[in-house]
Design a protein around this ligand. Structure first.
Ligand code: PLP
Length: 494
């Protein structure tokens, strides 16, 4: 399966052929894909469908926002609820022969072990805890230690509202965000992406006064995948600490956080990890920052990296001793605060079991092929639907280099089309998300999406663009009608 095979053959049959060759196609059945009727229904049970078409699965390209539910999630959650119902507090300690979940006390360890290969970490470098934003604050409490000379934080100008975290941390330490926040803006006003060389030049410019760099692994708006290894290494050579927001990277691209020597990273588990809305988040702390050496206490040191600590991060051997001397578990678990929600962890473990059926390398390989096929069809499929290739009413703002993007393509529509396009997509049972005023984000997830869905999406999307264009030109009246299909299956317009 290569990235650009789609160029020569734009037929639906070719998409089916790509699905037949897909080594991950068996994983789709691990997920519940809503039907079009489910999406339209006003109730949760027995969605009534008005047509045969409504019984079909929707096209769900929104894994960048909220991934689909694995089938095993409800089984695992019911099993957890049963253990709580039947064992009460004994559930903390009692293993069960017919459950693959350990006693509540150790569920966090199992979750971290399953998560580690996805982010290229040692198991002890990962903790599943809190939420992304809370974890960002906790990491900054430990890694942002400003002084009078080195107090700045470098981040990108279009960061997800993480800049509020940064701003509040800067104020918390008594500095002025106007002086202490350095925003990296795209160097070219015609493109929202940022080149690595530009990022490095800003880091170099402010190195002497900077205390921390915080960047996204995959940028939420453009889908750009930053060169984490190179930027981390450059920062380290200048003596700087760097953390990463991996909300859009985890479960999407192959990460090697340990090998790349990343200081810390945070993420959520509801996007490509598929563990449910608002579910518990995750963090990575490199092993060199998680060491506990009590012998240094003799010199007045704490024996571990400073942090905002909580009892659950305390050494397991003494955790229930209820002493007041906090000694953290070595590694990322030593940054935990509270006993974690087992309900949440159960959902994350269910998803990670699905990931364990394959590898991130295989997922990434399919993802590159799937997204490249989407790009090829968006840019080069025949203009049979009536859109002129040269005058397409949209532009892909995600980098075309597959090494610089994950699953998502961000499409910048011509002004005024967004509403009409989104309405037409929704009517056709296609789920993508919008970033106003003019961008839609399209993210086929390799675990459950197919090449045929990509083909159908492009087809529906091009018709949606035409409808939106014509609707605008005719005072909101929809004036296009389909006259049939060409020999490749593309719609033709009367
Ligand atoms: C880049 C990025 N950071 C942070 C968040 C949200 O963090 P939280 O889970 O704490 O609400 C998102 C959510 O979409 C995101 O895209």
């Amino acid at each position: 399966m290569s990235a650009s095979q789609g160029l020569n053959d734009c037929s639906r049959g070719y998409a089916t052929q790509l699905d037949d060759q897909d080594r991950l196609r068996h994983l789709r059945k691990e997920f519940i894909v809503p039907t079009k009727a489910d999406l339209k229904s006003k109730t949760l049970v027995n969605s009534a469908s008005n047509s045969e078409n409504d019984d079909q699965p929707c096209i769900y390209f929104c894994g960048n926002s909220l991934g689909l539910q694995p089938r095993r999630t409800s089984e695992r959650i019911i099993s957890h609820l049963t253990s709580w119902a039947k064992k009460g507090v004994y559930g903390h300690f009692t293993p069960h022969e017919d459950s693959n979940l350990p006693p509540y006390l150790h569920v966090d360890d199992i979750a971290a072990k399953l998560m580690a290969p996805l982010v290229g970490a040692l198991p002890e470098e990962v903790a599943l805890m809190q939420t992304l934003t809370a974890n960002l604050h906790l990491m900054m409490a430990s890694f942002y230690r400003p002084t009078e000379d080195k107090y700045k934080i470098i981040l990108e100008g279009k960061a997800f509202p993480s800049d509020h975290v940064v701003e509040s941390q800067i104020r918390h330490h008594g500095f002025d965000p106007k002086e202490a926040m350095v925003l990296i803006e795209p160097e070219n006003s015609g493109s929202p992406t940022i080149s690595t060389s530009h990022i490095l030049s800003i880091i170099e410019k402010h190195a002497s006064s900077t205390a921390l760099i915080l960047l996204p692994g995959v940028q939420y708006y453009t889908g750009q995948y930053l060169d984490i290894e190179r930027i981390t290494s450059y920062a380290h050579n200048l003596g700087l600490t760097i953390g990463w927001d991996l909300a859009h990277a985890v479960g999407n691209v192959s990460l090697q956080l340990h090998g790349w020597n990343v200081d810390f990273a945070v993420w959520c588990n509801y996007k490509y990890i598929d563990s449910g809305p608002g579910v518990i988040g995750g963090l990575f702390v490199h092993s060199r920052h998680g060491e506990v050496d009590l012998s240094t206490r003799q010199d007045g040191g704490a024996g571990f990296r400073p942090r905002l600590s909580g009892w659950w991060g305390g050494d397991k051997a003494t955790r229930f001793g209820m002493g007041s001397d906090f000694v953290p578990i070595p590694g990322a678990p030593g940054f935990q605060l509270s006993n974690p929600s087992v309900l949440d962890l159960t959902a994350v473990i269910a998803s990670l079991e699905v990931f364990a059926l394959t590898s991130m390398a295989a997922i990434r390989e399919k993802s590159i092929a799937l997204t490249s096929y989407l790009e090829d069809l968006l840019l080069h499929a025949p203009a049979a639907v009536g859109l002129d290739e040269k005058g397409l009413p949209y532009q892909i703002i995600t980098p075309s280099n597959t090494a610089e993007r994950g699953a998502q393509l961000s499409l910048l529509l011509k002004p005024g089309l967004l509403e009409g396009v989104m309405k037409a997509l929704e009517d056709a049972g296609v789920v993508v998300d919008e970033r106003r005023p003019n961008v839609i984000r399209v993210a086929p997830a390799p675990l459950y999406n197919t090449f045929t869905e990509v083909w159908e999406f492009v087809h529906i999307f091009k018709v949606a663009c035409l409808k939106a264009q014509n609707g605008r030109a005719n005072g909101g009246q929809e004036v296009i009608a389909l006259k049939g299909q060409d020999e490749k299956g593309w719609a033709q317009i009367k």
